[in-house]
Ligand binder design. Structure first.
Ligand SMILES: [Fe+2]
Length: 509
């Protein structure tokens, strides 16, 4: 289909009608799209045994405010079928995409069958989207013999191409787990490609940033290949923010205003259920999904409720303030939710998707202990409480997936962080960045690894993601590395593989 540069409103509305509709936004617009409105792709997420969320956003002109859609509700039809050609449609419906949520669509499709593939597409204003594939979770009471995951994070648009997402799309895992830094609010150095948009502060800024990032065909392909679970980290809002506090010490009310804009744009661009929709400056992101009796995934928010970083303004620290027992990463409510959820969990594997490095990781070189203040190493009391929660019942086969550091790390989490003779509680697998640059040399990572016996691998010189296969007796993680992040068509290779065995906490030797 050939598209002109305009979106044509049907007769009787016209351009004057569009202006009129801005004053009365509740009236639905009869729109005929002559430009493709599905420029940002489509997505699915948060699978349950009988349900999944489908997402798209109408934006024939994604980089302009309003996306090129009249400021009025627009009808979007959706259909779900059991074959890729959508000859056998099992569910369909129509929703209104409204301008207050950037004409995004979040359809919670129910009545599906567990552990099976589905395909879906949208139609609006005479335009039809491509077809996406999704998959429901297995039902309780069934022990599937395999669950496949990709773990991804840190995808600075300017610092690299998304060859890693091309590989994830080819894998078509059962679930993609994204642990943050989906966008970067600022510009970057080490640019491979550029956008001209300035640092984000307003809702329109953040919307435009998502539109830029989501224009990437490989990111779209990874979304169209299977359902996602997501948590945001700092760069979806502002670098290293902590709760209500920004790294630049702006007044909390300014950061909260920024948070509200950023959280709204995040929700508008992700396949999230309505329950995760933000209310002003707060967004209840933490949640879990179970995949039959095999695995549960707990997605944690270590950003929105945390105490400010200790011992500032230095980024690497170990001062007395660090050890304050009241300092929190998850906040009281989330800690209690996690304790209850763990206590109720009956799955063979319990996987945590969360943002920053959890295991002890001394980054001092030769000097006294020094930690990256923004990771769990800057919140030792909070880490102790999390470890205590894992040991309480104890939780069956916990494995932690993290990101943030732009490096692959494979760690053992010990009962006492500083004591490598204390029992191992869990394995931690840290995904490197999809594309975000690493400023530190591999020699530095080699030094840090030699200082930390609980760290089995530390590679800061590789971009990529984790390809994970969960089976009843074993979890295997392939560290998939991109050969050349400056090329969208770059091959990928498996840098290393690590196993975790059923009943044996930590990384298998
Ligand atoms: Fe990052």
């Amino acid at each position: 289909m050939r598209h002109s540069r305009r979106t044509v409103l049907s007769a009787g509305l016209g351009l004057a009608g569009a202006t009129l509709l801005r004053a009365r936004p509740s009236r639905a617009a009869e729109v005929t799209f002559t430009d493709d409105p599905f420029t940002l792709g489509l997505a699915s997420g948060y699978p349950e045994p009988n349900a999944v969320v489908l997402w798209t956003r109408l934006a024939p002109q994604p980089l302009v405010p309003g996306g090129g859609v009249p400021s009025a509700p627009v009808a979007v039809a959706w259909e779900v079928g059991t074959d890729e050609a959508l000859r056998r449609v099992v569910r369909r419906g129509t929703v209104q995409a409204t301008p207050d949520w950037a004409h995004s669509v979040h359809v919670e499709v129910a009545g599906l069958e567990p552990a099976r593939d589905y395909w879906y597409r949208f139609t609006s204003g005479g335009a039809r989207s491509p077809v996406g594939r999704t998959r429901t979770a297995a039902a309780r009471g069934t022990l599937q013999n395999r669950l496949t995951l990709a773990v991804a994070c840190c995808q600075h648009f300017e610092q690299g191409h998304y060859a890693a997402y091309r590989a994830i799309a080819a894998d078509a895992p059962d679930v993609v787990v994204h642990v943050g830094d989906y966008i970067y609010e600022g510009r970057g150095t080490s640019r491979v490609r550029t956008h001209e948009a300035p640092e984000c502060h307003t809702l329109e800024d953040y919307r435009q940033r998502y539109a830029i990032y989501k224009s990437d065909p490989h990111l779209q392909a990874a979304h169209a290949a299977g359902p996602w679970l997501l948590v945001s980290d700092d760069h979806e809002v502002a670098n290293d923010y902590a709760g209500e506090h920004s790294r630049t010490y702006e007044p909390p009310e300014l950061l909260l205003r920024r948070r509200a804009a950023a959280y709204q744009a995040y929700y508008e661009h992700q396949p999230m259920p309505r329950r995760l929709r933000p209310m002003g400056s707060s967004q209840s992101l933490y949640t879990s999904r179970a995949f039959g009796d095999l695995a549960a995934i707990f997605m944690l928010d270590g950003r929105q409720y945390r105490s400010p970083q200790a011992c500032q303004p230095l980024p690497l620290i170990a001062c007395d303030e660090l050890y304050g027992p009241e300092r929190t990463m998850l906040g009281d409510e989330q800690e209690q939710w996690l304790r209850r959820s763990f206590a109720a969990s009956t799955t063979r594997w319990n996987l945590l998707g969360q943002q920053t490095v959890l295991a002890h990781f001394d980054q001092s070189g030769d000097g006294p202990r020094a930690y990256w203040a923004d990771s769990w190493n800057g919140y030792p009391a909070a880490r102790e409480r999390l470890v205590a929660t894992l040991l309480e019942r104890p939780v069956a086969n916990p494995v932690v997936f993290s990101g943030d550091i732009h490096a692959f790390l494979v760690n053992d989490l010990h009962a006492v962080a500083l004591d490598n003779d204390s029992p191992v509680v869990a394995a931690e697998l840290v995904a490197s960045s999809i594309s975000s640059a690493q400023q530190r040399s591999q020699a530095t990572f080699d030094l840090w690894k030699s200082e930390n016996p609980n760290v089995h691998l530390a590679r800061g010189d590789q971009r990529g993601y984790l390809r994970v296969a969960v089976e009843p007796e074993r979890l295997r993680a392939d560290l998939v590395a991109v050969d050349d992040v400056t090329r969208a068509d770059s091959p990928t290779h498996v840098l290393a593989s690590f196993d975790v065995e059923n009943g044996k906490p930590g990384v298998a030797r």
